[in-house]
Design a protein around this ligand. Structure first.
Ligand code: ATP
Ligand code: MG
Length: 1031
């Protein structure tokens, strides 16, 4: 199969050993399709000459970044460097360019990853996920949006699907408004983790979605570090809402007015346009399906949080506090639909149960403020979760029946590794999450891959990498892990505090290699650590966490009376967020860290069940500036993203593996030996197949249960070839279908014709009617066609096909016409001599035909001009004739009138008379005017009598003559004398005049011999054999 070999040759790469990967030849092959611009550096790190050099790796990134080539592959992993500027690479044309095209054929792009995941999902019916990782500001959220846009534009759509697409896209601005904020690292930093499933139906159209959200950074609602902001929605509302709405919410258009918005001292940011963003969000809410009432209630909640922030306390000597800003409470009470005084009391008191009695214990100013902040965080946090659920309802795939068959592509955009000056509980959770993701990456790519080679018996040099499981265990291990210890401190009775937690940590995990505290550290480390800090040696670097607030944040406590107030709210969103069961539930709620740990464990399960694609985002500088590539920063990210290990495994490893049965099943049709089935061992079947496909030995390896294919393009080429084959089969089937349909149609026509024919035959004697008209027409047609083929060719050919009854008359007319035509044609070509001949023959025919026996024998004999020419006739006779022209002369026998003696004579015919000559004498001249007629017998004798008029005395009576050419002679006489009608043919006797009134009789009889003699009765008796055709 030449074409398959060709296919694979095009796609495949010849490689003698691993080190050959970077050969110039191969690079030329891979990049031949690219433009000069694309060829900056290498577009796949696998092609890097020095693949173990971090310097070379970063240099390649830098070179490409300078040329605005922000994407580079490590095999199928996409490395993306944030350009911090709009590149014209996300247009519809770009999407089209990547649609359905294999990875290696086009330059690296997020669309290629999207398309590849989509095609794998479609062709292999396996759920996919795209894991986007990187630190804050590296471009994860932007990348996830690009993926979503790609599917929205390129996937098939119908009206319903369009709505889903719109909702999927519009969920982003809403979630970003409520979950993103400006931080020092990113002006649009996602402050929650997001995993989104996009569901596709069997046609590949996006039909639904589902979002899982992780740990919103609630503390931001009440506090922001310098240079950071609260969640966008607060600023958008204040800047963008119409005056009337602000009035209803009791808000002023001035962010500085609100305590919760000014902690970071930057309510306004030049890169953010809150007003236009508001419009986008407002529209998106409608698209997702929020009613105006729901929007109003949602914004009421946001506004009440702002009002809560402005609630001020003053302290009394006793330690209890009171609220100095009643207006705020009024607004909150109205907006949330709660009782003013109950709320007010709840914000300054705490309900305690002592000896079975409930008592309101006053809070001091600090406690009251933190209760207020806890309420704000709880309200905002739960509203955010409600929002995600609401979006999920709107995105839900409605078709329950088919939802099981939906395929899924998951998109993970979760916070990246974070290190601040002061790191708190949130950073601890976020970095723990990144440890888990790194574990997953190790599991799926580094560890499992290497283990698999081993298990499959593939020769393999292990690649060293740091397995961060040890750190994950440090954080999450039951009873011994940091989270367990934290929970224990949170839940234990007595005066647990952040500091006791730190001490407990030192006691429990103090000896762990990745854990240090100020107390445990050596002198050098101690200098850079606070006493309230513990340090974790993350896979990505060291981070000091300040334990302050750990317990509170982990407990996430909200005083019971505040919960009660919220449960009494008339705001329908809040009633869903705060349920009454919570008040009666005696079970201790899960701590924040445990919740997070559990949700991460679930996320890992979800991701493990899917085929992953990786997008590794890198941030080139901390200043959010375009064109700036800070090497130190990038190197750090390259290190903690594990890109170098990734590359090493990749270089040495195999891009794809397939179980033998799966591989054989899918491609067996490409090789005659494996098609339609392979009876031998699977490994032999696969081996036969790949050899037939022209795989080079370096391109694949056969393991115990799987085939390993080194380069994606080898498999892609095979896949292309398979597609081609399938198309060919389809075309073949299509053409066979056409032929079969044509045959069937012809058969139907034939049946119909036969049926009509039979019917017509049965009705053939009826007058023309619908039943027989086809038959009759057919019969006519066939007769005419037959006639056309069998028309007589000559005038003598009298054959003519027998016509059907309906055509008798027409046939006759045609026959005549045809004969006329033949005759006319014949006549046109005839010579004058022949014409003369025929004229004489016609006369002979008129006279003798069917009358005289020897006529038929005369027909084929041509008449001659004369039987005697000048030499045969005596010159004296010729002289006597003078100018009289002789027309015909023939020797005859004359029988005397008396005695009937036979005498040899000559009969000459001129223009005016017939002359009987004896030698030199003109014995008798019979003028034609005196010639009464000529008599002849009907037999085959040559006797004839020229009857002459008796009144003519010169005449000697009738002349009894005999000619051997009697037909010819008499025809000449008839023509010359113009006596055609005077030739009498007699049956048995002829009477003739002997002269002077006497009469003689010639009797004709049949006999065996010719005999002319005088009979006894005085008659001339002529005995003549009857002529037979052979005589
Ligand atoms: N492909 C891109 N093209 C142009 N600009 C980009 C691109 N990717 C990111 N940016 C810029 O970088 C900013 C930060 O990106 P993004 O919000 O995606 O980061 P992130 O990784 O999600 O960070 P965080 O973890 O804080 O959420 C964007 O607001 C945008 O200005
Ligand atoms: Mg983000």
């Amino acid at each position: 199969c030449a074409s398959s070999a060709e296919c694979v040759d095009r796609g495949g790469v010849v490689m003698n050993n691993v080190s050959a990967v970077g050969s110039d030849w191969e690079r030329a092959m891979m990049e031949s399709a690219l433009t000069a611009r694309d060829r900056v550096g290498v577009q796949d790190f696998v092609l890097l000459e020095n693949h173990t050099s971090e310097v070379a790796f970063i240099e390649n990134l830098r070179k490409r970044f300078k040329e605005n080539l922000i994407y580079t592959y490590i095999g199928s992993v996409l490395v993306s460097v944030n350009p911090y500027k709009d590149l014209e690479i996300y247009t519809k044309q770009h999407m089209e360019r990547y649609r359905g095209v294999n990875f290696y054929e086009v330059s690296p792009h997020i669309y290629a990853v999207s398309d590849n995941a989509y095609r794998s999902m479609r062709s292999e019916k396996r759920d996919q996920c795209i894991l986007i990782s990187g630190e804050s500001g590296a471009g994860k959220t932007e990348a996830s949006k690009k993926v979503l846009q790609y599917y929205a534009v390129t996937c098939p759509a119908s009206e319903h699907v369009q709505t889903v697409k719109d909702r999927l896209l519009q969920s982003n601005p809403v979630l970003e408004a409520f979950g993103n904020a400006k931080t020092l690292r990113n002006d649009n930093s996602s402050r929650f983790g997001k995993y989104m499933d996009v569901q596709f139906d069997f046609k590949g159209a996006p039909v639904g979605g589902h979002i899982l959200n992780y740990l919103l950074e609630k503390s931001r609602v009440v506090h922001q570090s310098h240079g950071e902001r609260n969640f966008h929605i607060f600023y958008q509302l204040i800047e963008g809402a119409e005056d009337e709405l602000l009035r209803r919410l009791g808000l002023e258009r001035m962010a500085q007015q609100y305590q919760y918005l000014v902690k970071g001292s930057c309510p306004k940011v030049s890169s953010i346009n809150d007003r236009s963003d508001w419009k986008v969000v407002r529209k998106a809410l409608s698209v997702i399906g929020f009613s105006d009432d729901e929007v109003e209630e949602l914004l009421s909640i946001i506004a009440s949080v702002l009002h809560l922030g402005n609630v001020q306390y003053s302290g009394e000597d006793s330690g209890s506090s009171y609220i100095t800003t009643d207006t705020q409470i009024k607004y909150i009470a109205r907006l949330l639909g709660v009782d003013f005084s109950v709320l007010k009391e709840a914000l300054t008191h705490k309900k305690i149960t002592a000896k079975g009695e409930e008592l309101m214990s006053p809070l001091n100013q600090e406690q009251a403020s933190s209760a207020r902040d806890a309420l704000s965080k709880a309200i905002y946090g739960r509203t955010f979760t409600w929002l995600v659920n609401k979006i999920n309802t709107s995105l839900a795939f409605k078709d329950k029946f088919n939802s099981k068959n939906a395929s899924v592509i998951g998109l993970l955009d979760i916070y990246g590794f974070e290190v601040f000056q002061n790191n708190s509980f949130e950073q601890f959770c976020i970095n723990y999450c990144n440890e888990k993701l790194q574990q997953l990456f190790i599991e799926l790519t580094l560890k499992s891959e290497q283990e698999e080679y081993e298990a499959e018996g593939i020769t393999w040099e292990p690649v060293q990498y740091f397995n961060n499981k040890i750190i994950c265990d440090l954080v999450e291990e039951k009873f011994k892990g940091i989270i367990s210890i934290l929970d224990e401190e949170c839940l234990r009775p007595g005066d647990a505090s952040d500091i006791t937690f730190l001490v407990k940590l030192e006691d429990t995990v103090g000896g762990h290699a990745h854990f240090v505290t100020h107390k445990l550290a050596d002198g050098k480390t101690r200098k850079v650590m606070g006493r309230e800090e513990f340090r974790l040696l993350h896979y990505a670097g060291e981070v000091n966490y300040n334990v302050n607030g750990f317990l509170d944040k982990n407990n996430d406590l909200l005083f019971r009376n505040l919960k009660e107030v919220m449960c009494s709210s008339e705001n329908r969103i809040l009633t869903q967020c705060f349920s009454r069961e919570e008040l009666t539930d005696k079970k201790l709620p899960e701590t924040t860290a445990t919740q997070f740990k559990n949700s991460l464990a679930k996320l890992m399960e979800i991701l493990m069940s899917k085929d992953p694609s990786y997008v590794r985002c890198i941030k080139p500088n901390d200043a959010k500036q375009a064109g700036r590539f800070e090497e130190v920063l990038v190197r750090h990210q390259v290190k903690y993203l594990g890109l170098m290990e990734n590359l090493r495994v990749r270089r040495a490893g195999f891009a794809y593996r397939r179980r033998y049965e799966v591989f054989l099943q899918r491609y067996k049709s490409l090789c005659p030996d494996t098609w339609p089935s392979w009876d031998g061992r699977l490994v032999d079947g696969v081996s036969t197949l790949v050899k037939h496909l022209g795989y080079k030995p370096e391109e694949y390896k056969l393991g115990r249960t799987k085939i390993f294919i080194r380069f994606p393009k080898t498999l892609f080429a095979t896949e292309e070839y398979r597609k081609l084959r399938l198309s060919a089969v389809q075309v073949q089937a299509w053409w066979k279908g056409i032929l079969a349909r044509r045959r069937a149609q012809r058969r139907r026509q034939a049946v119909d014709t036969i049926r009509r024919f039979i019917k017509g035959f049965m009705f053939r004697h009826h007058p023309r009617c619908p039943e027989n008209e086809y038959f009759l027409d057919y019969v006519r047609y066939t007769f005419l066609m037959k006639l056309h083929r069998a028309l007589p060719k000559t005038v003598l050919d009298k054959s003519w096909p027998t016509p059907p009854p309906a055509l008798t008359e027409a046939s006759e007319l045609l026959r005549k016409l045809c004969m006329q035509n033949l005759v006319w044609k014949y006549c046109k070509t005839i010579s004058p001599e022949w014409k003369h001949q025929l004229e004489q023959k016609v006369v002979a025919s008129e006279v003798f035909k069917d009358k005289k026996d020897n006529y038929p024998q005369s027909v084929p004999k041509l008449f001659v001009g004369t039987r005697l020419d000048g030499d045969d006739i005596n010159p004296k006779v010729l002289q006597a004739l003078g100018t009289e022209k002789m027309k015909y002369a023939v020797p005859v026998t004359k029988y005397d009138r008396k005695g009937f003696k036979a005498r040899a004579r000559q009969l000459l015919l001129t223009a005016s008379s017939a002359i009987i000559v004896e030698e030199a004498k003109l014995k008798q001249r019979i003028d034609y005017s005196a010639l009464k007629g000529v008599s002849v017998s009907s037999l085959s004798d040559g006797l004839f009598v020229l009857h002459v008029t008796c009144e003519d005395n010169k005449q000697k009576g009738d002349a009894v003559l005999q000619s051997d050419h009697v037909i010819e002679t008499l025809t000449k006489v008839a023509i010359c004398a113009d006596k055609i009608n005077n030739i009498n043919i007699n049956q048995s006797s002829i009477k003739f005049t002997l002269g002077q009134g006497k009469e003689g009789i010639i009797d004709f009889t049949s006999g065996s011999e010719l005999l002319v003699a005088k009979a006894k009765n005085g008659h001339l008796s002529v005995v003549r054999r009857h002529s037979t055709p052979f005589s």
